[in-house]
Design a protein around this ligand. Sequence first.
Ligand SMILES: NC(=O)c1ccc[n+]([C@@H]2O[C@H](COP(=O)([O-])OP(=O)(O)OC[C@H]3O[C@@H](n4cnc5c(N)ncnc54)[C@H](OP(=O)(O)O)[C@@H]3O)[C@@H](O)[C@H]2O)c1
Length: 338
Amino acid sequence: MKAFQLEDTCGIGGLMLRCNLEKPEPGPDEVLIRVRAASLNFRDYIVAHGQYPVGVKPCVIPLSDGAGDVVEIGISVTTVKVGDRVAGCFFPDWVSGPLTQEIFQRSLGGPLDGMLAEYVVLPQRAVIPFPEHLSYQEAATLPNAGVTAWHALVKAGRIRAGQTVLLLGTGGVSLFALQFAKLHSAIVIQTSSSDEKLERARAMGADYLINYENTPEWDEEVMKLTDGRGVDIVVEVGGAQTLERSLRAARFGGMVTLIGLMAGFGKIDPLPLILRSIRMYGINVGSADMFRAMNLAIATSGLHPVITRTFPFDHANYAYAYQFNQTEDHFGKTVITV
Ligand SMILES: NC(=O)c1ccc[n+]([C@@H]2O[C@H](COP(=O)([O-])OP(=O)(O)OC[C@H]3O[C@@H](n4cnc5c(N)ncnc54)[C@H](OP(=O)(O)O)[C@@H]3O)[C@@H](O)[C@H]2O)c1
């Protein structure tokens, strides 16, 4: 079969197309998937540079996120059948309950082989049918960005109608968060570096827009928009450069869900957290149970994930370059058709 492997962790240059790898075979509890699409996340850049905290398997097949068809099942498999359209789980061992160290050690496209291949084998617990109205490309965006946004807003944030959420930037996670917030009839304050992207977010339902380049003190603007109260939930993808402002933009007793590090690592002043009794909650993707709950909401609402660009399989390196160069038209998810 064809697959990409990371020959070494020197960056995108380490990505090599292999045309004669052995097609994997499913064991009794496993499922063979013909992959149709895969998608990229910032984490894949970290993996390609060998900076993933739990290490990267030598010559790993990269990318945690993908979707395709079940083409063969082991004799003990009962949860899916041949012909089902499915996606894989980021953490194949995380079915439900809290994340553990053991689960964290094993994720696709880093410690374990991932989805940038024609065929993958996964344990049945990590194989999730996706909503019928989605294409393979759309379904391939769900396992990481979709589940992370769901975990932050719905599972951890327990979002309710009428609450206000603050979303930073218009990347994959934040746009899923926008869609899930609107599904729950919440009010959305959306930031971006681009007015054009803000208008696209408005068309998706964002209620208030802030350009964080033109308004560097965006936390003050959030306070004005909420009559000095602050927001109920922040989906924090920026990291050290944005976290203090996010804490200042949250209401007393509000929640800041910590997801990303787009704006880098660093130290923060925890005082607003103490003074405002804010709950900070670290999110690490999510479980198969969260994935299924999210799929139910997507199926019921008819929601479509936002794809910024799709690349053919043989041009996977262009997809990496597009995703990580953060070009001006980047809005949502980057997908590779397999
Ligand atoms: N913890 C987890 O489980 C988990 C899961 C998925 C992702 N993540 C992390 O979450 C972050 C976002 O992931 P993603 O997949 O959504 O990335 P993405 O699709 O590449 O989106 C990046 C977006 O972040 C925005 N951004 C960059 N710097 C910013 C800043 N200083 N302030 C506000 N927004 C800023 C930009 O929005 P504009 O262009 O609109 O300005 C940019 O388009 C990454 O750090 C990623 O590693 C974590």
